[in-house]
Design a protein around this ligand. Structure first.
Ligand code: RTP
Ligand code: MG
Length: 143
């Protein structure tokens, strides 16, 4: 297994529900470290660019509207198999199909407002981390 980094977003619904701490606790309990973090209000341009891969999908406009509806908490998670681990912690895209104990099962109300985002592979993880933190935006760990 390799140490990886992945991009995680706590979406506006979960931030509004005051769940940042509970979600961070789950990352930490799974052995993932938060190595960078920022809270921000996404502009329409930022949300549209971040989800550009879904531009032609019927849900794209609603997704951009939702992602700009309030602040998001964006973090880089680091650890063994961090990309898959974070996807496992989040659960299936649709909360109705997500397993008990996952973020989406426990905290999300619908497929449109589903609490969290996680990169889906090494290439998207690298691109998404750079999108929010640039190339050198992460502190080196010294202890
Ligand atoms: P994410 O990118 O946010 O981590 O979610 P994901 O990989 O599990 O799902 P993806 O297929 O990448 O879809 C991105 C987000 O678009 C919304 N969506 N809505 N109404 C729908 O059928 C539908 N399908 C997707 C969700 O908010 C999903 O997280
Ligand atoms: Mg996705």
């Amino acid at each position: 297994m390799a140490v990886e980094r992945t991009l995680s977003i706590i979406k506006p619904d979960a931030v509004a529900k005051n769940l940042i701490g509970q979600i961070y606790a789950r990352f930490e309990a799974a052995g993932l470290r938060i190595v960078a973090a920022r809270m921000l209000q996404l502009s329409e341009e930022q949300a549209g660019a971040f989800y550009a891969v879904h531009k032609e999908r019927p849900f794209y406009k609603d997704l951009v509207t939702f992602m700009t509806s309030g602040p998001v908490m964006v973090q880089v998670l680091e650890g063994e198999s961090a990309i898959q681990k974070n996807r496992d912690i989040m659960g299936a895209t649709d909360p109705k199909k997500a397993a008990a104990g996952t973020l989406r099962h426990d905290f999300a109300d619908s497929v449109d407002e589903n609490a969290a985002h996680g990169s889906d592979g090494p290439e998207t993880a690298a691109a998404e981390i750079e999108f929010f933190f640039g190339r050198d935006g992460i502190c080196p760990r010294t202890r």
